[in-house]
Design a protein around this ligand. Sequence first.
Ligand code: ASP
Length: 316
Amino acid sequence: MRFDQRHLLGIEPLRPDEITTLLDLSDKYVSLNRARDKRSSTLSGLTQINMFFENSTRTQASFELAGKRMGADVMNMSMQASSIKKGETLIDTAMTLNAMHPDLLVVRHPHSGAVDLLAQKVNCAVINAGDGRHEHPTQALLDALTIRRAKGRLHRLSIAICGDIAHSRVARSNIMLLGKMENRIRLVGPATLMPSGVAELGCEVYEDMNEGLKDVDVVMMLRLQKERMDGGFIPSEREYYHRYGLDAEKLARAKPDAIVMHPGPMNRGVEIDGTLADDINRSVIQEQVEMGVAVRMAVMDLLARNLRARPKEVMA
Ligand code: ASP
């Protein structure tokens, strides 16, 4: 079992065997989370600080639960109400927290690259919980775990990632992870929601949803990231739903056992039909949430092992 990372800043630096190590350990945590007694002492004595500069429901809750189940002292900083509002820079905030000797820092930030910058300034392990439109590594790992458990493998699958690819860190991290594990990736959506340089991503690109979904094993829907749009990317939500919203009719183009995924939060009736999202025979959206806790436990477990193996850095 090898995992050589000091931080988890993205999927980009991970090797395929490190991804497999993470997913194998996550499977063990899925079992623990299903047991009556869910506690372990893996992070006992360690301090985990969650700094969310952007709203989050699932990700923040699951990092908090993961840390608590493993015995860490967990603190949630409400960054909306913090000194940032009083003009403190990200680096000043990081240095202040660093002085409190955290061991694990979980950070979400609206700017791409902000988490990398912060990681250069602190002594602890940093986990990227989503930075701008750059990366959301734990989301891609939980998606991979969900796919591997549903399909029995994580290679040579045909996976359609659909919708607002351009603004989505979930799409970026998934494209990297699923590509490293040798899957066939299709990007499906209107040209206005494709990232620039899409041709270099090594994926097949489709503007027509019916063509894009043909015979795929996995349909991964994305939220329209309106908060990152500064103009008219779609004619109207009604028109978007008509062309790109996933419903039973469009899903019929995929393989009969294709699974439906969505990272949440969902806009029902915009990118996905509500009844389909709740259909437990097709949708694995609730499994994704369950896998999220296990993956975050595995990530913090592996980073803590590496942290403990290093000589403690003394601050100047
Ligand atoms: N929750 C995911 C994220 O933080 C997806 C989304 O917001 O649409 O990127």
